[in-house]
Design a protein around this ligand. Structure first.
Ligand code: MG
Length: 361
């Protein structure tokens, strides 16, 4: 029996973790369920799964108590808020199933330091990084030549720059292959998400940025590839379904049955094309901030959270998401990512600068 403390239990990933637990009774149970603020959904889950702890984020004084007695800390909370949970779980030396991107994008340096110090085990849940993990034999320290992340390209892959000016929030929320929360769906449309995943891959696999690439693969069947020294490449394939990487993060190297096996003949063909970074500036802004390090990725992320919300509210256009991020980065001073407080400060600074840029001009 694997005991799980699930942070972010009412979100898109959290609900799928619950589905996995439901599908395998006797195999998993929850010691803690934590959500941001949806008390109604939380009480229904608490009623069903009977964890020792069920609470909203605002009610928590000390994170240590949440991770007491769990085998796996499953971090499915969205946004910068997820980082403090990941740090607490790492300090407690827990096995961490990590679905929160911002933990590594903003706090990669701090998280990896804590993981190393406590001997905590970090397991990726993001489908691309789970694919890399599988191709590397469930190791984060295996040798490779190059990591290639696949990207669906989002709903606007072949739109012209003129067309991009007129897309709406509803258009952006129609992702061609994956069903996800609103923020990450827009981040997939801007390709900011793929930039984030390059930063995640750097921290998870100790890769240099020069060893990580992204390629467009519209069908989202190949979830990522590892190239080795001899030119051999290994890929992991499957239908886009987050329950597979969620389940595997909890059971690897063991594999439990899944719902749908891949039917290659009915798929027919798989396609790959160059990622059009020039049309989607968020991608390069993210990679550049990742290369810069320190608080730069946190500034980028804070600005993006504000810009995406403004876009969803119909306040700014799609290209203005990238513009807001770029302006915020240009206006904000950087500091080293020494501790959580430095990142928190950068996050607030970026949110203020981005809000000012959007609403005061
Ligand atoms: Mg992904």
């Amino acid at each position: 029996m694997t005991t799980i403390a699930l942070i972010g239990c009412t979100g898109s990933i959290g609900r799928q973790v619950c589905e996995v637990v439901r599908a395998h009774p006797g195999r998993f149970r929850f010691s803690a369920l934590v959500c941001e603020k949806n008390r109604t959904a939380l009480s229904a889950l608490a009623e069903e799964f009977r964890p020792a702890i069920a609470c909203c984020a605002g009610d928590i004084g000390d994170f240590t108590a949440i991770f007491e007695g769990c085998d796996v800390a499953f971090i499915a909370a969205g946004g910068f808020a997820g980082l403090s949970y990941t740090l607490a779980a790492a300090r407690a030396g827990k096995k961490i199933a990590l679905a929160n991107k911002e933990s590594l994008v903003c706090g990669g340096e701090l998280v990896m330091r804590e993981v190393k110090k406590s001997g905590s085990v970090l397991v990726p849940v993001d489908s691309e990084h789970s694919a890399l993990f599988q191709c590397l034999g469930f190791r984060r320290d295996a040798p490779f030549k190059k990591l290639v992340l696949t990207a669906s390209g989002g709903p606007f892959l072949h739109f012209s720059e003129e067309e991009l000016k007129h897309v709406t929030a509803a258009d952006a929320l129609r992702h061609p292959t994956w069903k996800m929360g609103a923020k990450i769906t827009v981040d997939s449309a801007t390709l900011l998400n793929k930039g984030y995943e390059i930063i995640e891959a750097k921290w998870l696999y100790g890769a240099d940025f020069s060893q990580i690439e992204a390629v467009v693969h519209p069908e989202s069947i190949v979830h990522s590839l590892v190239f080795f020294e001899d030119g051999a490449a290994m890929a992991q394939l499957g239908y886009p379904d987050m329950k597979v990487p969620i389940q595997l993060a909890l059971t690897y190297p063991e594999r439990l049955p899944c719902e749908r096996e891949l039917d290659l003949a009915s798929l027919g063909a798989l396609h790959f094309e160059r990622l059009p970074a020039e049309k989607f500036p968020c991608f390069s802004l993210a990679v550049e901030a990742g290369k810069e390090g320190g608080t730069a990725p946190t500034l980028l992320n804070g600005a993006a959270e504000i810009a995406v919300n403004a876009f969803l509210a119909g306040r700014i256009t799609f290209p203005q998401i990238a513009e807001t991020v770029q302006e915020t980065l240009a206006r904000s001073p950087r500091t080293p990512a020494e501790n959580f407080e430095a990142l928190q400060e950068a996050d607030l600074l970026a949110r203020r600068a981005a809000t000012g840029y959007i609403y005061d001009k």
